[in-house]
Write a protein that binds this ligand. Structure first.
Ligand code: ADP
Length: 245
C-alpha cells in the first residue's frame, strides 16, 4: 500500500534580510508519525513550521498538506505556537481561549454553542485544566497556558498538529500530560510535528525525527537515524554525544 504523505516540502528556501535561514529543504512527512524537529538554536526550526503554515513567505519552493496548498487545507491543521509568543494581557478566560479553537468549524456569524462548549470542557479535562476554566489566561503559569493552547488545538480536531517547543519551561507533570496527549493523537492516526530541544527524550517520545541546521541533515524513523553521525552533522564535531548509550 502506498504511504500517505501528510506534508511535502519541495526545494524550500527562506531568508530574512537576504540571509538564508533555510536552504533548499526537501522533506516528506508521512501521515501518522510523531516527529521531532531537532537542531541547534537558530537552525531554522521555528521558521520551517512558519513557512509550512504560510506565516512566512519563502523565496523559493513549495509546501503541500495532503497534496494541496495550505490555504485549501487550513481546517486540517492545528498550531501551538511557542510559549511567550502570544500576549495574553486582554481579559479572556481559559475556556474562551479553548473555544476559539472551534471557530474554524463554525461559520462567520455563528457563535459557539452547546456542542462546542462540551468539546472545549472535555479538552480542558484531558489536559488537566478543567478546574481553571474560568481563570483569566494571564493569571495562569507558563506551563498551564501551554496546556490551554494544547486543549485549543485538540478541539480543532485537526489532522496535523504543529507544536513549537511545547515542553519548554513546563514542569515534569505537565511534560508527561503533554506527551500522553501527543501519543493519543498519534494512536488516532494524526500527524504530530514538534520542535524539540531535549535530545535525551527523543527516542522515548518520538518515532520519527528530522535533523535540521539550515539544511535538512536527515529525516526518518528514530530507530534508524537517531545516531551519532547525524547528531554530529547537525550539532558540530564538538558536540558531546551523551544521549546515546
Ligand atoms: P530555531 O527555531 O531553530 O531556533 P529560528 O527559525 O527561530 O531558529 O531562526 C532561524 C534564524 O532566523 C536565526 O538566525 C534567527 O535569528 C533568524 N530569524 C528568526 N526570525 C527572524 C525575523 N523575524 N527576522 C530576522 N531574522 C529572524
Amino acid at each position: 500500500m502506498k504511504e500517505e504523505i501528510a506534508v511535502a516540502i519541495d526545494d524550500l528556501t527562506v531568508a530574512y534580510n537576504y540571509k538564508p535561514v533555510l536552504w533548499d529543504i526537501d522533506l516528506t512527512i508521512p501521515k501518522g508519525v510523531l516527529m521531532a524537529i531537532v537542531g541547534p538554536n537558530g537552525a531554522g526550526k521555528s521558521t520551517l513550521i512558519k513557512a509550512i503554515l504560510g506565516i512566512i513567505k519563502p523565496i523559493a519552493g513549495s509546501v503541500t498538506i495532503f497534496g494541496k496548498p495550505y490555504k485549501n487545507q487550513r481546517k486540517l491543521v492545528a498550531y501551538v505556537p511557542q510559549k511567550g509568543s502570544v500576549d495574553w494581557d486582554f481579559p479572556t478566560t481559559a475556556l474562551d481561549v479553548v473555544l476559539m479553537g472551534t471557530y474554524g468549524s463554525l461559520g462567520w456569524i455563528k457563535r459557539p454553542g452547546k456542542t462546542e462548549k462540551k468539546a472545549a470542557l472535555e479538552a480542558l479535562e484531558k489536559v488537566g485544566m478543567l478546574p481553571f476554566k474560568s481563570r483569566q489566561i494571564s493569571q495562569l503559569s507558563g506551563g498551564q497556558q501551554q496546556r490551554i493552547f494544547l486543549a485549543r488545538a485538540l478541539v480543532q480536531n485537526a489532522e496535523i498538529y504543529f507544536m513549537d517547543e511545547p515542553f519548554q519551561g513546563v514542569d515534569a507533570t505537565t511534560e508527561k500530560a503533554i506527551i500522553n496527549i501527543l501519543k493519543i493523537l498519534r494512536k488516532a492516526g494524526k500527524t504530530v510535528i514538534v520542535v524539540h530541544h531535549d535530545l535525551q527524550t527523543v527516542p522515548e517520545y518520538f518515532d520519527w525525527v528530522t535533523f535540521l541546521n539550515v539544511k535538512k541533515i536527515a529525516t526518518g524513523p528514530v530507530s534508524a537515524i537517531f545516531n551519532n553521525e547525524n547528531l554530529i552533522k547537525t550539532y558540530g564535531i564538538n558536540y558531546q554525544v551523551s544521549v546515546l548509550e
